[in-house]
Design a protein around this ligand. Structure first.
Ligand code: PGA
Length: 227
């Protein structure tokens, strides 16, 4: 079951999640080095700044990103580039240890399994209730797959591009089942425009109309919010 924890500021929320990650890094050793799932978007920027400031040791960390556009990975707005600019290039993580989904969706699932599964998954939520690019109506049993982005998501994400026409129309995303298999999940959301959908996700009916509502069935999931 997930709880909704409200923070008095975005900064406090970012630090709180950074504390959790720092704690996991410090407690890990040898065979249990953490496997993390990481998001992109506006919300995790404060967290990534905080993690960079702490100069943690990422040399044994493996990460899997939640999703990526169908786009050249070197494009300025690719999630590869986002992660390199905001986190990876500012840490000592090895490029061979960060992973992004591509059209070979089964290989992504296999790699996660081969690494022993996900210890911690950090998620954002879209205003339509999507998690990663699992748009409304995505089935609960979905694995990593290629998606056509909805008009709503293309419009929301156009703020990162010069115009709405430049936003890719397809992406590759971890499925809901892939996410639900993580041992711990923290969903992080900022802004009053997310409040209504968060309430539905946490306290409303569990339905594919609100993909984040499936998280209610996860035994170890918490939801963090700040205005
Ligand atoms: P954000 O959205 O960019 O507001 O963090 C995250 C998402 O849409 O999943």
């Amino acid at each position: 079951m997930n709880e909704l924890k409200q923070f008095i500021s975005y900064e406090k929320m970012s630090k709180y999640v950074a504390d959790i990650i720092e704690d996991i890094f410090k407690k890990s050793f040898r065979m249990t080095f953490p496997k993390l799932v990481l998001p992109t978007g506006s919300t995790p920027l404060g967290l990534y700044d905080e993690l960079v400031k702490r100069e943690l040791d990422w040399s044994n960390i493996t990460t899997f990103n939640l999703d990526e556009y169908v786009i050249n990975p070197n494009h300025l707005q690719s999630y590869h580039n986002f992660m390199r600019m905001n986190l990876f290039d500012k840490t000592n993580i090895y490029p061979k240890n960060y992973n992004f989904p591509n059209r070979n969706t089964q290989a992504y699932e296999d790699k996660i399994k081969e690494k022993g599964g996900i210890d911690l998954c950090i998620l954002g939520i879209g205003t339509n209730g999507h998690i990663a690019f699992n748009e409304p109506q995505t089935p609960r049993n979905s694995k990593t797959h290629v998606v056509d982005l909805t008009k709503n998501t293309i419009k929301d994400n156009s703020r990162f591009f010069d115009s709405v026409d430049e936003v890719p129309t397809q992406a590759i995303t971890m499925g809901i089942d892939t996410i639900m298999k993580a041992k711990r999940i923290y969903l992080v959301a900022q802004g009053s425009h997310k409040k209504e959908i968060l309430e539905r996700a946490v306290h409303g009916e569990i339905t594919p109309e609100v993909p984040a509502s499936f998280l209610q069935e996860h035994p170890n999931c918490e939801v963090f919010y700040s205005d």
